[in-house]
Design a protein around this ligand. Structure first.
Ligand SMILES: C[S@@+](CC[C@H](N)C(=O)[O-])C[C@H]1O[C@@H](n2cnc3c(N)ncnc32)[C@H](O)[C@@H]1O
Length: 258
């Protein structure tokens, strides 16, 4: 590392025995958002040299899995996979290792090799972050959490909206340990949504029950949806307005029959 990049986190990592100064980014993100609990299964995508894995191992006694195209030198109690996170083959290996129960937290600090061309580096970073989100959606338990690094640029907002579709709570955050001149920002998604529907989905439904609050109460694939301004017996086309972890709200877009 160049001498002028050796900041206080670089030296702190030497003192605390972490493999990278990046360790403090995860410590700070976790402190702010309370993501990792004592028994959690954690999957770290783009994990080499392993600072985040060391922090994950300290925070949880559960399974910790690190994935990188580079070799990760062994860490006691951590499983590693050498592979490209954009490849289905690697995702399958992760799923085999994590097992049917799934992961509680998926974290991703993966970064492309920097070309110095801002928009190219941004596009490559969004590509990695998109693979990480795809992986998280396959392996996270319901209500699980996700953290991913993205280099900012014009595709960032669409990426953030994509994360928002799958999590109850989504924030973009820059921890103190990120260098002030860095383009990186971390997207945090909490409480993975496993509802069989998403915002703006439309359905034709028969209102057979009115809930205590006066809204129509229907089930879509076993998921409760409350529909505003309907009467018992109506058949209506609805549009999902908001999805919560265990239920959703919808509005009528067309009244079909009574
Ligand atoms: C900033 S480092 C991660 C540092 C790590 N969080 C730590 O605390 O030590 C980014 C890593 O992403 C990895 N990476 C980049 N593209 C990848 C890909 N397609 N698949 C797997 N790993 C990738 C790089 O090899 C690199 O080790």
């Amino acid at each position: 590392m160049a001498r002028d990049q050796r900041d206080k986190y670089y030296w702190q990592a030497k003192v605390d025995g972490y493999r990278s100064r990046a360790a403090y980014k995860l410590i700070q993100i976790n402190r702010k958002f309370n993501l990792i609990e004592d028994q959690d299964t954690i999957v770290d995508l783009g994990a080499a040299p392993g600072g985040w894995l060391e922090v994950g191992r300290e925070l949880s006694k559960g399974k910790v899995v690190g994935v990188d195209i580079k070799r990760i030198s062994p860490i006691t109690g951590v499983d590693t996979i050498r592979g490209d996170i954009t490849s289905d083959n690697t995702i399958q290996k992760i799923m085999d290792l994590v097992g049917n129960q799934g992961a509680d937290v998926v974290i991703c600090d993966a970064a492309p090799n920097l070309s110095g061309n801002w928009s190219l580096d941004h596009a490559r970073s969004v590509n990695l972050a998109t693979s990480a989100l795809g992986c998280a959606k396959k392996i996270l338990k319901p209500q699980g959490h996700f953290v991913v690094k993205v280099f900012q640029g014009d595709m960032f907002k669409d990426y953030l909206d994509g994360v928002r579709d799958s999590f109850t709570y989504t924030r973009a955050h820059s921890p103190k340990a990120s260098r002030s001149e860095s383009a990186e920002i971390y997207v945090v998604g909490k409480k993975f949504l496993t509802a069989p529907l998403k915002k703006n989905d439309e359905f034709e439904v028969h209102i057979k029950k009115i809930g205590k609050g006066g809204d129509g109460a229907i089930q879509i694939e076993g998921f409760m949806v409350f529909v505003k301004d309907v009467e018992l017996g109506e058949i209506v086309r609805i549009k999902i307005a908001d999805v919560k972890p265990n239920f959703a709200f919808a509005n009528v877009v067309e009244r079909i029959s009574k």
